[in-house]
Design a protein around this ligand. Structure first.
Ligand code: ZN
Length: 86
């Protein structure tokens, strides 16, 4: 069984969906643009990750494909990582 999901939408930007510990996780990275670098002295280079969020999902929110077979519910949760400051 595939442990990653990709579709047209996940090809854009830094988004990917992987299965971890029996749960599907949607990962999205927010990457720095030139403007972000000008506004935030902590950032060093373009396309470095500014922050990222990981959410548990049952379906792909972009194409609607069901990811978790036999699982109808989950406990909504997310983790957030901020890399834009020390
Ligand atoms: Zn999808």
């Amino acid at each position: 069984m595939a442990s990653t999901h990709s579709c047209k939408s996940t090809e854009h930007g830094e988004a990917w969906i992987v299965k971890e510990d029996d749960e599907w996780h949607l990962n999205i990275n927010h990457v720095a643009t030139e403007q972000n670098l000008e506004e935030n002295g902590y950032l060093e280079e373009e396309s470095q990750t500014i922050d990222s969020v990981v959410l548990n999902v049952l379906y792909c929110p972009y194409c609607g494909e069901r990811l978790s077979e036999g699982k109808d519910e989950t406990i909504p949760s997310f983790t957030f990582h901020d890399f834009s400051k020390w």
